[in-house]
Design a protein around this ligand. Structure first.
Ligand SMILES: *Cc1c(COP(=O)(O)O)cnc(C)c1O
Length: 373
């Protein structure tokens, strides 16, 4: 008798409810949902890259250890090369960390709400995500984090500045956690170029600390997938053991090196984005019904009354795409990435118009009035 292939009998039971990651993708609209650098990639950098691409570049495998990039990161960060590893975006590094240190049902303690990929990769690796709630202003609950991690070693994850809330965690808090636990403590600094204090200086003192960064946000390389981490040599060598050999392609290695070489160009853009963020936040606060959370990153979390989903949809209909976030126990929120100065204007104008329209039906607290009920 012919065997019957039933895919349902082969798939992992514990992952059956997972949804594929599919971010909204539509060219031709104002995209303020991905926290990317909104400015065009500098022509000076692409010109430099064109000259650096040699014939062998395409036909040969990339350097699996990305030695040149690691060397340049080493001088950029002031950290020895054996403390650095690069990945196919920091997403891959997160997965590798989970595979190396979190699998077999170990706990991955995550200060939440935060970036969703930590929980997803933890599950894919077979680890057990434990979400520890942040405080009312999204501050890390240090005692609760230590408490959740104290019975067995695993992985603790902090995002600093935190996505989506935009607030920071102090170095004192990171040290309090790293010093109290036997787990690996990962600090994701994807937005550190925009604000907040880096934990890099702590790596020497805490062998369980990992600082993770990316070229995707401030350095405009989201499309080329380059992330890196800095940690003690012992942690790095465990991660190198399990990584895909050719995880970062030659072109991306070159692009990351070129960006570092021309980083002064990006510094100007980062300054502009930071200044525009503060202007954007102030102007959003003036719109009735909007509550803005303070941010040091390149995005702003806000509340827009009872029907954030409706505001999100109306903005999209007007050609402005931002991020809708539903946080269990907290309610619905919106997150807007800081765009170019012109994009910010378009967003503000549309948000103000939508909220003004609504205020006809909503009272000051953002609740639906009798009129509409
Ligand atoms: C965007 C983002 C990343 C993703 O980085 P890649 O290097 O593009 O994979 C990592 N962490 C946080 C918190 C992010 O928001």
């Amino acid at each position: 008798m012919k065997a019957v292939f039933e895919i349902g009998r082969l798939v992992r039971e514990d992952l059956k409810d997972m949804e594929p990651y599919d971010a909204y993708y539509a060219p031709g609209v104002v995209r303020m949902d991905g926290n990317e650098n909104p400015y065009d990639f500098p022509g000076e950098v692409t010109e430099y890259m064109e000259n650096e691409i040699s014939r062998q570049f395409f036909s040969r495998y990339p350097d699996p250890m990305a030695r040149e990039l690691v060397r340049e990161l080493s001088s950029y960060l002031g950290v020895s090369p054996d403390c650095i590893m690069v990945g196919n975006g920091s997403d891959e590094l997160i997965l590798n960390i989970m595979l190396a240190f979190g699998s077999g049902g170990r706990k991955v303690v995550i200060a939440s709400p935060t970036f969703s990929m930590y929980g997803i990769h933890a599950r894919v690796a077979g680890a057990k995500p434990v979400l520890v709630d942040r405080g009312p202003d999204f501050e890390v609950d240090v005692r609760a984090m230590i408490g959740a991690a104290d019975d067995e070693p695993g992985v603790i994850i902090l995002c600093n500045p935190n996505n989506p809330s935009g607030n920071t965690t102090s170095l004192d808090d990171v040290e309090a956690i790293a010093g109290a636990v036997s787990s690996l403590v990962v600090v994701d600094e994807a937005y550190i170029e925009f604000g907040g204090d880096t934990c890099l200086s702590l790596i020497g003192r805490y062998p369980n600390l990992v600082v993770m960064r990316t070229f995707s946000k401030a350095y405009s390389l989201a499309g080329l997938r380059v992330g890196y981490l800095a940690a003690s040599p012992g942690v790095v060598s465990e991660l190198l053991r399990i990584k895909q050999p050719f995880n970062v392609n030659s072109f991306s290695q070159l692009a990351a090196r070129s960006v570092l070489k021309f980083r002064h160009l990006f510094r100007e853009r980062i300054k502009m984005i930071v200044a525009d963020r503060d202007i954007l936040a102030e102007r959003m606060k003036l719109i009735p019904g909007i509550k803005v959370y303070p941010s040091v990153a390149n995005f702003i979390l806000f509340e827009a009354g009872e029907d954030a989903a409706g505001v999100h949809r109306l903005l999209k209909e007007r050609g402005v795409v931002i991020r809708f976030l539903s946080m269990p126990g907290r309610g619905d929120f919106l997150r807007v990435s800081v765009g170019t100065t012109a994009e910010n204007e378009v967003f503000l104008k549309n948000l103000a118009a939508i909220m003004a329209d609504r205020s006809k039906f909503y009272n000051d607290a953002g609740n639906i009035t009798e009129m509409e009920k």
